[in-house]
Design a protein around this ligand. Structure first.
Ligand SMILES: Nc1ncnc2c1ncn2[C@@H]1O[C@H](COP(=O)(O)OP(=O)(O)OP(=O)(O)O)[C@@H](O)[C@H]1O
Ligand SMILES: [Mg+2]
Length: 360
């Protein structure tokens, strides 16, 4: 899936993921057919700077971006960024067979009919996936995002001194990163599950096509449950989640922690179950009836027991997504141990950085 609003020709670009808890950057270089990691990093954002994908504190986000890009010596001046959350809509539609302007017109008309929003407020793009299920129709992937949301992100990057050239969707960027890293065999259907600070994205992907993708609010249930059961502040609960000072507290509160984690994992598993059942129901005709494997990314991929719990749900292999699989560092000064540790959180940024090498 090669998708992007605002595409401008730009061979060298860095991938910038503006997440709700942190901003991440990845820059890749290509020598011949070999990809190398030129830089990668994360800067945490202050609480509330972004919610439901909307930038609430623009100066804080720009400052974090500027610091991140400078600290990691990002050499590309152009960046690819992405959007996610309730302001992004991804729909597969059927339209009558057509080409050029006529096709664009019928896609827009169908979009207007199906999207519960004013299309004049949206950036819309589409890709023809192939012939539709009915005679003389086309199967089209329609993607729309609120123009204002894209504008805020573009402005944040510009204010940080970088040049935004492409806007993708988190889920598609994760898919790009997955396909590059794992080279799935033709006919394989995989579930990609990204669990971030405020959003869970579940995508079912087959042969390069996102058969289905949805963003679900993660509503920080796990952090809230930890805070409550351990009587911690938000910052303490956050540090605790990441294992800092964990051992001492864990001794005393093991039961409460396990319960909070299990509740979170049960919720995640049931969302996954619901998504897979839905895909079984509606996508039978496109052949995506069985999931062959699942990959978990995002910060919460580090939560102990997450792969095991999802394996119980799906009965297929579930592993943590390493978007940098097969990509070695090009710079010997890069802290590869740290990068390996944060790599599941870099899936979106890696997918965006890979857009440097789009055929054009
Ligand atoms: N080692 C860890 N163990 C458990 N949880 C972790 C760990 N590291 C990070 N997290 C959690 O992962 C979340 C951040 O993940 P990530 O960076 O993928 O989110 P984001 O991209 O900023 O948010 P979103 O995609 O939802 O907008 C936070 O909730 C954080 O507490
Ligand atoms: Mg994210």
């Amino acid at each position: 899936m090669r998708f992007g609003w605002w595409k401008k020709k730009s061979p060298e670009l860095a991938g910038v993921d503006i997440g709700s808890s942190s901003v991440k950057v990845v820059e890749l270089a290509k020598k011949g057919k070999t990809l190398r990691l030129a830089s990668a990093g994360i800067a945490e954002l202050e609480a509330g700077a972004i919610s439901d994908g909307e930038i609430r504190n623009a100066p804080a986000v720009s400052e974090a971006l500027k610091g991140l890009l400078e600290q990691h010596n990002v050499s590309a001046r152009n960046v690819a960024l992405s959007v996610a959350g309730s302001a992004v809509m991804v729909k597969r539609i059927l339209v009558p067979e057509a080409e050029g302007d006529a096709l664009a017109e019928s896609v827009l008309a169908e979009g207007q009919r199906q999207l519960s929003a004013d299309v004049s407020e949206l950036n819309i793009d589409y890709q023809v996936l192939g012939p539709g299920t009915a005679p003389k129709t086309l199967d089209v992937m329609l993607v729309a995002a609120r123009r204002e949301m894209i504008g805020h992100r573009v402005a944040a990057v510009t204010a940080a001194g970088w040049n935004p050239v492409l806007v993708d969707v988190d889920a598609f960027a994760i898919q790009t990163a997955f396909e590059n890293a794992y080279q799935p065999a033709p006919g394989q259907t995989v579930a990609l599950i990204d669990v971030g600070a405020s959003l869970i994205n579940i995508s079912i992907v087959r042969d390069g096509v996102p058969v289905f993708t949805r963003d679900i609010p993660a509503d920080a249930q796990y952090t809230a449950a930890l805070q409550k059961s351990l009587n911690l502040s938000a910052a303490e609960a956050e540090a605790f989640k990441r294992g800092k000072d964990g051992a001492a507290v864990a001794e005393t509160f093991m039961g409460a922690i396990d319960a909070a984690r299990e509740t979170f994992l049960d919720g995640l598993a049931s969302e996954l179950h619901r998504t897979v059942s839905y895909v079984h129901q509606v996508a039978g005709s496109s052949g995506a009836t069985n999931i062959d494997a699942a990959y978990v990314s995002g910060g919460m991929a580090s939560l102990p027991g997450i792969c095991e719990r999802l394996h119980r749900e799906l009965s297929v292999q579930v592993e943590i997504l390493n978007p940098l699989r097969g990509i070695r560092a090009s710079d010997p000064t890069l802290d590869t141990e740290h990068v390996a540790e944060i790599s599941p959180r870099l899936a979106t940024a890696v997918g965006l950085a890979l857009r440097s090498f789009d055929e054009r």
